[in-house]
Design a protein around this ligand. Structure first.
Ligand code: SF4
Length: 329
């Protein structure tokens, strides 16, 4: 079994169908020695004024290179830093097999199928075999839909636990059985626990945060995050007939408009009173902020994070002022 690493959510169905193990480097970075990975990334040429995730992805690959056989790098539709990152991987780890994958602009189904077939060719997996793997993964995804509904209707699931589980769906923690058990455990816990409906419900949009205590701090302020935009997107919660449709429904790699439509839908469905927009320092996605603020129908607070760690006092005060505003509305 090969370990196949990747820099963002990709069609993992092909990896499972090949009998290999998917490893999302972002998960490796955030649950591992994040600060050491960042230092290692800087040591291997990633400039200091680059997003910490990129430094961490470099450091994670360098640290785990003996366990990784192949790396899938997304060259279109993901981070603009990826092109430089691929060059660094090739330079420092020449034996690592790097496979490029692109999300075609405009969600072009024909081009997406071409990209999927290229992956299939690399892994020796037909589209039909990848569809069989999708059917297996969809069983877990359907349970994630149940969990998400409990999450926003009962508000009795620990927000950090939920967020970590959704983020981990990009590779199912590299182990389907143990991931499925984590989902069932959280569902059971929510079903037997009393709902907690007195808190203000807000949503979280933007890339997963690097700040460790953001959600617990919000909870301490009588507020609960009951919608995660990108995490839900990674989990592929919407139903799809086939893999092309599944990865066309995926909003993250495409234009902002699709994200705005989905966020607005969820604001209404979940009765969200406000949105936290998380922006990573040095991330090009910060350019979305002005549009999100002008287009979304509820107040938006933008929070910026840089290195892994806890909220600073200034951001805590900004959050408190924002929440006061929501309570008064
Ligand atoms: S946070 Fe932004 S800059 Fe950093 S890896 Fe993600 S998309 Fe790239």
């Amino acid at each position: 079994m090969r370990k196949v690493a990747f820099t963002t959510t990709i069609p993992q169905e092909y990896i499972w169908a090949a009998g290999d193990i998917p490893v999302d480097l972002n998960n490796l970075f955030i649950v591992g020695d994040s600060k050491d990975f960042i230092k290692s990334g800087e040591k291997h040429g990633v400039p200091r004024n680059t997003c910490s995730w990129i430094k961490g992805l470099m450091g994670a690959v360098v640290t785990h290179q003996s366990e990784i056989d192949t790396l899938i790098a997304v060259t279109e539709g993901d981070c603009s830093n990826n092109h430089g990152l691929i060059n660094l991987y090739r330079h420092f780890i020449p034996n690592l097999s790097v496979v490029a994958f692109a999300y075609p602009a405009g969600r072009d189904a024909f081009k997406l199928r071409y990209e999927l077939d290229k992956l299939g060719e690399y892994f020796g997996v037909s589209y039909a075999q990848a569809m069989e793997a999708k059917a297996e993964l969809d069983v877990i995804r359907k349970r994630l839909v149940v969990l998400d509904k409990l999450f926003y209707t009962k508000n009795n699931i620990n927000v950090s636990d939920f967020q970590k589980l959704m983020v981990a769906s990009s590779d199912f923690g590299s182990n389907l059985a143990s991931y499925a058990k984590r989902v069932e455990d959280l569902i059971s816990l929510s079903e037997i626990s009393e709902p907690q409906l007195s808190k203000i419900q807000i949503g979280y949009v933007g890339v997963p945060t690097i700040v460790s205590n953001l959600f617990s701090y919000l909870e301490s302020q009588s507020t609960v995050v009951s919608y995660f935009e990108v995490e839900n997107d990674f989990a592929m919660l919407s139903e799809s007939e086939d893999i092309v449709q599944e990865y066309s429904n995926f909003n993250y790699p495409y234009d902002l408009e699709g994200r705005i439509v989905e966020i607005e839908k969820q604001i209404k469905l979940r009765n969200l009173k406000g949105i936290i927009h998380y922006a990573q320092a040095f991330c090009h996605r910060q350019l979305d902020d002005v549009i999100l603020k002008s287009r979304l129908s509820v107040p938006v607070l933008t929070i910026e994070g840089d290195a892994p760690g806890e909220l600073d006092m200034r951001t805590k005060i900004r959050i408190e002022c924002f929440l006061e505003r929501l309570k008064d509305a």
